[in-house]
Design a protein around this ligand. Structure first.
Ligand code: NAD
Length: 675
């Protein structure tokens, strides 16, 4: 049955799409729409058309599962031109989100009416492509170049009110009377000619707008091909006839969709969705009820973790050892919320609502009412065991007990309780109220419903969660280790922190390994014995070069925290070279890539082979959302596939690394990590 139906109350033909969940513009929808338009064209009793959608939204985009498959006619570009060419007015009735192809359909209609809660946008750029059904041509002509650049090159949707202001929406309708008002609108304009066709309009374009837009967004667009392609397509074509413009749009669409970046970005889109599937657990498993959360420790992590729940309107009881630590922790939370409010991201009332759900306490027994308790105390096995032993006596039966440990063995922590089935790791990333990643660590005895509940909770607090097994550093931090070790060795062999960091930043990472060490604090995990100076890090720590917080680490920092190379660090490195008698050589960019990035892939292969990650794409998700790996490279395992696994193996062997058997096997068979 076609997802498209038509009905004709009087002289208006209503074409309705009902293709759950989001009315994606798959082949059947496109065929049905075309048939509807032809029905209107061929019937003299029809004077106007309304295109509307059933269910929760107007067309929310192309059907991206069709990407890379042979195209079934009509293609969206053909369809939208046919809609616009109809000699009877077509009104788009928009609710929910008119995104991508959906927005392009709306643009091809002669009139657009939307409910106030509707949103319109061209998010194609987020998948590394451009709006390829006339979007780069019609949007500037309808809403002006500045807004078209904003929408198409950044990909964020706009509200119906903003769309109306810009002329992208002609009228707003009542939330519950969209269809009636759309029909009334259609009747009203039925006799109006000529029809307002977006493609025939002209637009004023100040050339300076493009340069300014590029400059303002340079940081956001760094490394991405799609935003610049979109800007230049609009720039090149905005004053040309539509027919010429769409050719340029099409050619660039094809170029982008065939490219590696778009493949990487689409990979991550699907990887993120796949990550929430837990192998071996039925989707309909009964979940535990999480209404009240407890957090132990109000330090860096405890505060950020709490904010996630408060922002999702879930009450939090937070426990500390001493009043000053408690006050400091809750003070920081309030300050963070107030900073968000100052930026207009929340209202003063929302700040109060969130803080009103927080119950700070020094009494451990207050955790008895919590359904999920997350421990974020010092990274020490003894301290954690003591805390979990106490929790075991206090927590109500069935409560989920979680540790935010970065490295420690969850099974050992669970063994400190009489209910290891209720224990798991919930590893948040710093700053925990901002970073999207959550590693859910599955212990040997963790119950299925505990794991599934944690996954469901992660969605409520809008995290992207990945399931990891119990191993040192889980997925993300474990892969960080070989990178850190090699980066340090490279310093001894002749590289500088600046040189190594630059390779990583040029690759697309937000910061390099040494900038990251300075940001986190070089003293984290340091043994604190001033007599024991075994590596460069120890030497830095002994001198109090603990990173940004001390304005000195691998770099020197000014008051604005801008790093500059440190002559003292150069001396420390040289001193170490001499002491260890490490021979120097000229370190190339390629060597840095092989030793600090190929080694991560190698570790990823081990993690996969050991079953510590469920799938290669989960590892990619961890690095994209937890560490800022450039999304246009698709995560370390996807990147390895594009680099070529034989090349990776050869690069590792060149430096004498032991190649992970899974990596070698895949390279030899010509396979990839991500199929
Ligand atoms: P932190 O030192 O900032 O905070 C720890 C807090 O726990 C302190 O305020 C301390 O007073 C409190 N505390 C200690 N023992 C307690 C007890 N028995 N009862 C109540 N409160 C107690 O440390 P952090 O950086 O927030 O790290 C906490 C945990 O999170 C560690 O396991 C760490 O490995 C992990 N983690 C840290 C980061 C990070 O970047 N900082 C990232 C991920 C995970």
């Amino acid at each position: 049955m076609s997802p498209i139906t038509t009905s004709r109350p009087g002289e208006v033909l209503i074409i309705t799409s009902d293709n759950p969940p989001v009315n994606a513009l798959g082949a059947a929808v496109r065929q049905g729409l075309q048939a509807g338009i032809r029905e209107a064209a061929g019937d003299p009793s029809i004077k106007a058309v309304v295109i509307a959608c059933a269910g929760r939204t107007f067309f929310a985009g192309a059907d991206i599962t069709e990407f890379g498959k042979p195209m079934q006619e009509p293609g969206l570009p053909t369809l939208v031109d046919e809609i616009e060419a109809l000699d009877k007015p077509v009104v788009a009735a928009i609710h929910g989100t008119a995104l991508g192809g959906g927005c392009e359909v709306a643009l091809a209609c002669h009139y657009r009416i939307a409910v106030p809660s509707a949103k319109l946008g061209l998010p194609e750029v987020k998948l590394g492509i451009l709006p390829g059904a006339g979007g780069t041509q019609r949007l500037p002509r309808v809403a002006g170049v500045a807004l078209a650049l904003e929408m198409a090159a950044k990909g964020d949707p706009i509200s119906a009110a903003k769309a109306q202001e810009a002329g992208l929406v002609d009228r707003l309708a009542g939330e519950n009377s969209l269809l009636e008002e759309a029909m009334a609108f259609a009747r009203e304009v039925a006799a109006q000619h000529p029809l307002p066709r977006a493609s025939t309009r002209t637009v004023e374009a100040d050339p300076a707008v493009f340069e300014q837009f590029r400059k303002t967004n340079a940081k956001r667009f760094r490394g991405f091909e799609a935003p610049e392609t979109i800007i230049s397509v609009i720039e090149q074509t905005v004053s040309k006839p539509y027919a010429e413009g769409v050719q340029v749009e099409r050619a660039n669409f094809m170029k982008l969709i065939m490219g590696t970046q778009s493949a990487a970005q689409r990979h991550i889109f699907f990887a993120e969705r796949k990550a929430s599937k837990i192998d071996g657990i039925p989707e309909d498993i009964k979940l535990r009820d999480i209404r009240h959360v407890g957090v132990i420790g109000a330090g860096t992590m405890g505060g950020g973790i709490s904010m996630n729940f408060l922002s999702a309107a879930i009450p939090v009881t937070i426990v500390e050892m001493a009043q000053d630590a408690l006050d400091r922790g809750t003070g920081v939370m309030r300050k963070n919320y107030e900073a968000s409010a100052a930026k207009g991201r929340m209202t003063a009332q929302q700040v109060e609502n969130a803080m009103g759900l927080l119950k700070p306490t020094l009494n451990f027994d207050d955790l008895a009412e919590c359904d999920l308790i997350i421990e974020a105390v010092y990274e020490s096995m003894d301290v954690k065991k003591e805390v979990f032993g106490r929790l075991d006596k206090i927590a109500k039966p069935g409560a989920i007990l979680a540790s935010n440990t970065s490295y420690l063995n969850i099974d050992e922590i669970a063994a400190a309780t009489s209910r290891p089935q209720d224990v798991l790791g919930l590893h948040f990333f710093s700053p925990a109220n901002v970073m999207k990643l959550l590693e859910i660590v599955r212990g040997a005895k963790t119950a299925d419903d505990v794991l599934a509940t944690a996954m469901a909770v992660s969605k409520k607090i809008r995290k992207v969660a990945v399931v990891a097994g119990v191993c040192h550093g889980f997925i993300g931090n474990r892969m960080l280790m070989p990178r850190q070790v090699e980066a340090q060795k490279l310093l001894l062999e002749g590289a500088t922190p600046t040189q190594i960091d630059k390779v990583h930043v040029d690759f697309g990472m937000p910061i390099g390994p040494f900038q990251m060490a300075d940001l986190a604090g070089t003293d984290i995990g340091w043994h604190r014995d001033p007599e024991r100076i075994e590596n460069i890090r120890d030497a830095l720590c002994v001198e109090g070069r603990w990173g940004q917080k001390k304005s000195a680490g691998f770099y020197d920092y000014d008051e604005k925290r801008t790093p500059s190379p440190s002559p003292r660090v150069t001396e420390i490195i040289e001193d170490f070279r001499n002491r260890t008698g490490t021979p120097q050589h000229e370190v190339t960019e390629q060597e840095i890539v092989e030793r600090t990035l190929y080694t991560m892939v190698n570790e990823g292969a081990k993690i996969l082979a050991e079953g510590m990650a469920q799938r290669a794409s989960d590892i990619d998700v961890v690095w994209i959302y937890g560490y800022g790996w450039p999304v246009y490279r698709g995560g370390p395992m996807f990147w390895a596939d594009t680099e070529g696994l034989t090349k990776i193996v050869a690069g590792l062997e060149k430096h004498g690394f032991e190649v992970a058997p899974l990596l070698r096997e895949k390279a030899e068979k010509g396979e990839k990590f991500n199929k």
